[in-house]
Design a binder for this molecule. Structure first.
Ligand SMILES: Cc1cc2nc3c(=O)[nH]c(=O)nc-3n(C[C@H](O)[C@H](O)[C@H](O)COP(=O)(O)OP(=O)(O)OC[C@H]3O[C@@H](n4cnc5c(N)ncnc54)[C@H](O)[C@@H]3O)c2cc1C
Length: 440
């Protein structure tokens, strides 16, 4: 019998959202997950499953029952011929990366962090960059899920195909994902070439940049034209790096946090801080080679607020220019660097922000130096207005103010997802406050 404990306090990575579930469970098997769902049904409780707890929103919060899947973290099968791996849903990508490397394989694309769970990372549509690559959930070829009734469903392109296209980006709203099968590829090294550039150059030559590198992205430094371009491509070269970890850590972490904290008292310093860090860290360029996942992952420094919308790729220039000129007209508003711009291929996943269209993701950030909240509401709301005007769809894990009416307009398959959801979870066992705003 799996026991839940009271008094557990859940907090997400950025410590921006939290909740105190009535009972907190760490099951070790599907049978134990079923026991929890049975108990929830008897007591009319809702259930929220949490993975790595990295979502910068209240998507994983609940006051009822919380299930953390960290004890369901085994690698179940490695198929070297098909280059596929089947894992329990609570496994962190850190562990997946290592097991794959030991077997000569790798994921073809991952986001900035690997301390996220296999089911959690797909659940919110986590993405990286590369216009020939979809969001991470497109690497899922099969999964198993326990619905609210306790039934275990196998899902893939050929079995329960409609549920599969919903469950690949499930929002934690369909059931408990138990296992995930991921399509991998042969292990590879990545060479990252970082080059300084300017916003007009990058926006005017976007197609050329996109075609020049498999994993192209760029950082724009608000309040300036400065841009840092990143090309990442597979290489046979051995790992090597010119930059010093100690120097990066000192400058990128301690000095930046201190200066951002100072700028909370004197905001007019911020444009100069953005320009200073561009000059210090990015103006000279860089070149490094490492194992793929070590290049995909990068240090996200300290706690932060973020928004990240996917817009039609052809709207990239228009959207960034609108944000830039609004910041120029409203000099009292300050914006931290970087605005990170990434790209992803369109897909058929019902609630994917890239559903049926190639997309540009534009991630804005406001750090919380030493945990201090920095005013960002004006910046946030203007950014949202621009994203909506150009037909954007918000990242499900990150901050946004959208509700059902918005999603109905944004997602052609929203109604289909909702029907599937209501069939799998007729009593709303897997809902929470975040999901009520999405579906009701
Ligand atoms: C430092 C940092 C860097 C990031 N970088 C990126 C990035 O590069 N690209 C990007 O797109 N996003 C990024 N994110 C966002 C992050 O990838 C997503 O929030 C992701 O969903 C986190 O995974 P998790 O395992 O922590 O999920 P959680 O936050 O724990 O959960 C996410 C959702 O999945 C559900 N869930 C989890 N496990 C299960 C399960 N077994 N069954 C059913 N539902 C489940 C939860 O209920 C919730 O709805 C970043 C976040 C941080 C904090």
């Amino acid at each position: 019998m799996v026991l839940g404990r009271g008094g557990y306090k859940f907090q997400n990575w950025a410590q921006t959202y939290g909740s105190t579930p009535e009972l907190y469970f760490q099951p070790t098997s599907a049978e134990e997950v079923k026991e929890i769902l049975d108990l929830a049904r008897q007591r009319s409780k809702r259930v929220k499953v949490v993975g790595g707890g990295h979502s910068p929103s209240d998507i994983a919060c609940t006051d009822d029952f919380m299930i953390r899947m960290d004890k369901m973290n085994r690698v179940l099968k490695i198929d070297k011929d098909k280059k596929q791996v089947t894992v329990e849903a609570g496994i962190l990508l850190t562990q997946v990366n290592e097991v794959l490397a030991q077997n000569g394989m790798a994921l073809s694309n991952i986001g900035a962090v690997s301390e996220v769970a296999a089911a959690g990372v797909i659940g919110t549509g986590t993405h990286n960059t590369g216009i020939t690559h979809g969001i991470l959930a497109t690497q899922v070829v099969a999964l198993t899920m326990m619905s609210a009734s306790g039934e275990i469903l196998d899902c893939s392109e050929s079995v329960n195909a409609d549920i599969f296209q919903a469950a690949r980006l499930h929002l934690g709203s369909l059931g408990v994902i138990l296992t995930v099968t991921l399509q991998c590829k042969a292990a590879f090294h990545l060479q990252e070439i970082q080059l300084p550039s300017t916003l007009p150059e990058v926006l005017d030559n976007l197609d050329r940049h996109l075609n020049s590198s498999e994993y192209f992205r760029f950082f724009w430094f608000p309040h300036s034209d400065n841009v840092s371009v990143f090309y990442q491509d597979a290489t046979d070269k051995p790992p090597c790096s010119k930059s010093s970890w100690l120097w990066d850590r000192f400058v990128g972490y301690y000095l930046l946090e201190f200066l951002l904290w100072i700028s909370t008292f004197i905001p007019r310093l911020l444009p100069g801080i953005n320009r200073f860090f561009f000059w210090l860290l990015f103006s000279g360029g860089n070149d490094r080679v490492d194992i793929s996942y070590k290049v995909f992952n990068f240090d996200c420094l300290f706690k932060q607020h973020v928004q990240d919308w996917a817009i039609p790729i052809e709207k990239t220039k228009e959207a960034i220019q609108q944000l830039k000129s609004w910041l120029e007209r409203n000099r009292q508003v300050v914006a931290h660097f970087p605005v990170e711009v990434r790209f992803a291929k369109g897909d058929e996943i019902l609630l994917s922000p890239c559903y049926q269209r190639d997309s540009c993701y534009m991630n804005i950030i406001m750090y919380r130096p030493y945990g201090k909240d920095v005013p960002h509401q004006d910046y946030w709301s203007e950014y949202e207005k621009i994203m909506k005007r150009v037909g954007g769809r918000p990242h499900w894990a990150k901050a946004h103010t959208c509700t059902r009416k918005d999603f109905e307009k944004m997602y052609p398959a929203f109604g289909k997802f909702k029907t599937i959801r209501e069939k799998l979870d007729p009593t709303g066992m897997f809902l929470n406050t975040y999901l009520e705003k999405v579906f009701y």
